[in-house]
Design a protein around this ligand. Sequence first.
Ligand SMILES: Nc1ncnc2c1ncn2[C@@H]1O[C@H](COP(=O)(O)OP(=O)(O)O)[C@@H](O)[C@H]1O
Ligand SMILES: [Mg+2]
Length: 453
Amino acid sequence: MQLILYTTLAMLLTAPFVGIGGIVLAVRQDAPSSLVLLVAVPVGALTIGLLIRQMVPASRLLQRFVDAVNRVMREQITGIRVIRAFVRDENERLRFAEANTDLMGVGIRLGRVQAFFGATSLFISNVAAVAVLAIGGHRVVEGGLQLGSLIAFLTYLTLTLGAVTQGLSVFMMAPRAKVSAGRITEVLVTEPSIAEPATPVTVEHWRGDLELDGVTFGYPGAEVPVLRGVSLAARPGRTTAIIGSTGSGKTTLINVMARLLEVDEGAVRIDGADVREVARRDLSELVGLVPQRAYLFAGTVADNLRYGNPAADEAQLWHALEVAQAAEFVRAMPEGLDTVIGQGGSTVSGGQRQRLAIARVLLARPRVYLFDDAFSALDNATEVAVRSALAREIGDATQVIVAQRVSTIRAAETIVVLEAGRVEATGTHEELLATSATYAQIVDSQLTVGEAA
Ligand SMILES: Nc1ncnc2c1ncn2[C@@H]1O[C@H](COP(=O)(O)OP(=O)(O)O)[C@@H](O)[C@H]1O
Ligand SMILES: [Mg+2]
């Protein structure tokens, strides 16, 4: 778009002046020879126009194939370890070659038309010059025309035809710019799916009483909803656990609670206020989420922790790390809190990453804590230590824990068994053992594994 703007300003604005000015001056120089212009300009414009029309679809394709090559390459760079581990180098090489061949094909096609374009415009202007010399030269010999006028006329002719070519060649770039403009517009007009409430409710002291009432949610484009009529309550000072098989909708449920996803039906309420009515800033302070895939940013340990609370001092950081059982390994790092972590947390182990993410949310001091499988990479002893320290630290806030391991959740005041997006049963560990076949099965499978070990 920049390029086309630049060329438009530089050429499209000057070309008409040069073109029209050239014609006027040429006619004034010698009217009979101007008949050549009458033929050459339309013929030139028409030929060039036709060539450009040829190029339009190709340049649109070119933009698409450039995208494809970029996409394949980015995916391969991100997934390079997996590709190596599965020895898929050759396949990936072929995949890249395929995308690249497409690009090359269009590139060559476009290059050909472009070369033809240059040659044709030169040809037309030279044929016109020959015609002028033939007509004008004759009259110079007869004495009807000055040699100087003929040379001047030739110069005006070249100028005029050059202006026509240049003016039209701007249109050659237009299709690519149009594709780009389309994309930029797409980004600009995208409405955030999570809208800010028009008149947000304000609550003086949030308690963090979380309630889901008949929540149904489906991902856009999916045929069946992932969550269907989910109702549950998570009370302050209590732990509510969610257990269920992989794909049963636990992560989706947690995201709905934090209003990272908008419910299709039903409502999520905190202290009676629908989360859709709460200002997003308030909500993000109110609800703290440790996601299943804890993400750390490139930066120091301290930078990452301060995402939770930018104003936290060093003592607070260490305290949060202690609670999350992360102080020990941070202290052992070469520069402690100032140790730089790679993008995405690539330089710490999965378990360390989870503990740093827990410390980060602790610093934010929300009223509702959501832990999405946030202890999965910790060994049993560490998990027990984290959980008991958390219980003391969090106090009367609301705790929602998603877990796979029964040992993580058995002490929770309420356990919700989620199966295929529905609440299958709710109760304490003992109650569920008696009432829920699914729960009993989960417990059974894990006990067997434990006993076998
Ligand atoms: N971003 C998404 N787009 C479409 N479908 C999704 C998305 N995330 C998850 N799903 C689908 O929703 C279902 C529940 O996923 P999830 O909530 O992650 O389950 P769990 O955390 O219990 O393993 C799965 O069938 C999954 O395929
Ligand atoms: Mg999950």
